[in-house]
Ligand binder design. Sequence first.
Ligand SMILES: NC(=O)c1ccc[n+]([C@@H]2O[C@H](COP(=O)([O-])OP(=O)(O)OC[C@H]3O[C@@H](n4cnc5c(N)ncnc54)[C@H](O)[C@@H]3O)[C@@H](O)[C@H]2O)c1
Length: 331
Amino acid sequence: MRPILVTGALGQIGAELVPALQERYGVERVVASDLRPCAPAIGLYERLDCTEPQMIADVIRRYDIGRVYHLAALLSAVAEARPQDAWNVNMGGLRNLLEAARRFGCQLFFPSSIAAFGPSTPRRRTPQVTIQRPITIYGVSKLAGELLCDYYFNRFGVDVRGLRLPGLVSAGAAPGGGTTDYAVEMFHAAVRGERYACFLSANTRLDMMYMPDAISAIIELMEADAAPLRYRNAYNVTAMSITPVELVVEIRKHAPQFVVDFRVDPLRQSIADSWPQSLDANAAREDWRFAPSFDLAAMTADMFARLSAKIAAPKDDGLESETPHADARID
Ligand SMILES: NC(=O)c1ccc[n+]([C@@H]2O[C@H](COP(=O)([O-])OP(=O)(O)OC[C@H]3O[C@@H](n4cnc5c(N)ncnc54)[C@H](O)[C@@H]3O)[C@@H](O)[C@H]2O)c1
């Protein structure tokens, strides 16, 4: 197998996907890349701006890359604050990676999102194939991305595969400015014994998945036999459909004193209200045996164990900062 390139590798998903790929295929076969300077001890690393086609071509040629996990993007809340940048990075970057995949014969992974749906989509048991009229620039870029990936598969035979990921919960790198970040923030506050102000209303129901399940799904989809794949871009995947108040109830089993205030952020609330409440992931189960391991209780127990260990560890241990990216906040 030719080496692997990961774009946006210093983000929430990349921070866990890169080590998983290194473990599976070997450290010397995985090239991590991102806009930012290299993190210590990540293995092979290139500073790579996905809006620069020449930089992409140079890296792919230099390492003889055969598979790309294209994670670089601006997430929902950041994208809404900077819509022109979001279009340039999310669509321009994807187009550049698809072109490179066509030229150099690479397999490509594209992460779509529940944001690719909109308010006219059926919100419960949202089907694999349904109405998609997103109202956010992030959702528009994800839906257009799904269509562009389908085009490159049908027109040029590029082996591009994708998932519609729900909100991801992770004990690793901080989230990058998404609408479901409240879940990760709640865990951090609870483990530290702090009070938390939730930016979504108590009963906002959304799909979520624990990061280890997302990493397994991404790797399994890319390794799956191509023949049974009915949907290239992109498969619905989910592990739980939860509200902030349901998460608080579960967290209180580990931190009984945990207190949450609800201070709704109108922008992120309106984004959440336009998204599905529970995806139908049957196509993924049938076509490539998608099977997440973590439900809400298992995820909460694991998050507590991992975050408690992290907080107890010495400060200079090389672990990622728990503060969200500086550009992730919107006021
Ligand atoms: N985290 C989630 O809950 C979630 C859910 C659905 C879909 N996704 C998708 O998965 C992908 C990765 O998400 P994430 O949570 O790791 O995001 P993140 O914001 O944590 O990381 C994105 C990374 O992309 C990098 N980046 C931004 N612009 C770039 C550019 N021009 N060139 C190269 N790198 C650039 C950033 O520096 C950052 O490290 C994104 O496409 C996102 O839309 C994420």
